[in-house]
Design a protein around this ligand. Structure first.
Ligand SMILES: [Zn+2]
Length: 286
């Protein structure tokens, strides 16, 4: 095992105003990782430039104006935050996806030359869009630019109680893909050995930290109902939440966080933003 510790930046790339937990808007937690020889690596992208430019056409009316209603703030796009840090967008050579839901891949088109790593099962589900649910969560416009996808099959090694954990092509061994199926068919977590130890980005494996942290599973009503609606395999989701609960008990040194929980950023609660209601133009739903 290598002893390189990677510099990791935590970005919030969307404020989901109408989905709240304990009164706070959901975030889109994205990682930007500095690597010694693989350039910059993103874990998920959140919403991107094109999404902020035209939310209804990219995200659908219900997400743009209905149950999610993201804050219209283009500066939240990962590309804008990366430029503000002094990097070029072309410095992002790799993107690792937890899954292909629209709120995780909207920024792919801002980094068209990056290699995109993900589980093969997830790529297949997103390309086929077989079910009603799949057709509303996977948006082909977000990969119309033809990303350089690098899919991985279910094989790998054990890592802290998880199976089929694997390193990724062209990336350092301090970045691992961890199958956490349930939210979607090929949903994964991404572990990174950062400067202060291992981080585990659990994607949408849970929304409320009490689902996986603490002795008894609990979940706030609103995000609980949302998860009920969007989960693909409930049995697998609960199985993986049990494994994450064991991880937090047995390995408290691993910093576990989910994609949307605003309380799990290292600098404290994000985002601290006022609610800005948006309503659809007249006739939008006609
Ligand atoms: Zn999500």
């Amino acid at each position: 095992m290598s002893y390189v510790r990677l510099k990791v930046h935590h970005l919030n790339c969307a404020c989901i105003q109408r989905l709240t937990i304990h009164g706070q808007q959901l975030a889109c937690h994205v990682l930007l990782i500095e690597t010694p020889s693989s350039g910059l690596v993103l874990v998920d992208t959140g919403l991107g430039t094109a999404d902020y430019a035209n939310m209804p056409s990219r995200l659908g009316y219900m997400f743009a104006y209905g149950y999610a209603n993201p804050r219209r703030d283009p500066k939240l796009a990962a590309i804008e935050q990366i430029k503000a840090m002094g990097y070029q967008p072309s410095d992002v050579k790799h993107i690792v996806l937890t899954h292909m839901d629209l709120d995780h891949v909207g920024g792919l088109s801002d980094f068209p030359a990056a290699k995109v790593h993900l589980h093969a099962t997830e790529l297949k589900a997103a390309m086929e869009r077989r079910t009603f649910k799949a057709r509303h969560r996977y948006m082909p416009a977000m990969w119309a630019h033809g990303p350089d996808f690098q899919p991985y099959a279910v094989e790998g090694e054990r890592w802290l109680g998880f199976e089929a954990v694997r390193e990724l092509a062209g990336l350092p061994p301090e970045i691992l893909l961890i199958p956490l199926f349930g939210h979607t068919l090929g949903h994964c977590g991404v572990a990174v050995q950062g400067e202060d130890g291992w981080l585990l980005h659990a994607g949408d494996a849970y929304f409320d930290p009490r689902e996986v942290k603490g002795p008894v599973r609990k979940c706030a009503l609103k995000v609980g109902l949302f998860q009920f609606a969007v989960t693909t395999n409930r049995r697998m989701r609960f199985y993986n939440q049990d494994r994450l609960r064991s991880l937090t008990a047995d390995h408290p040194e691993v910093k576990l966080f989910s994609a949307h929980n605003p309380f799990e950023f290292p600098d404290g609660l994000q985002p601290a933003a006022p609610y800005i209601p948006r309503t659809a133009p007249a006739g939008s739903f006609a």
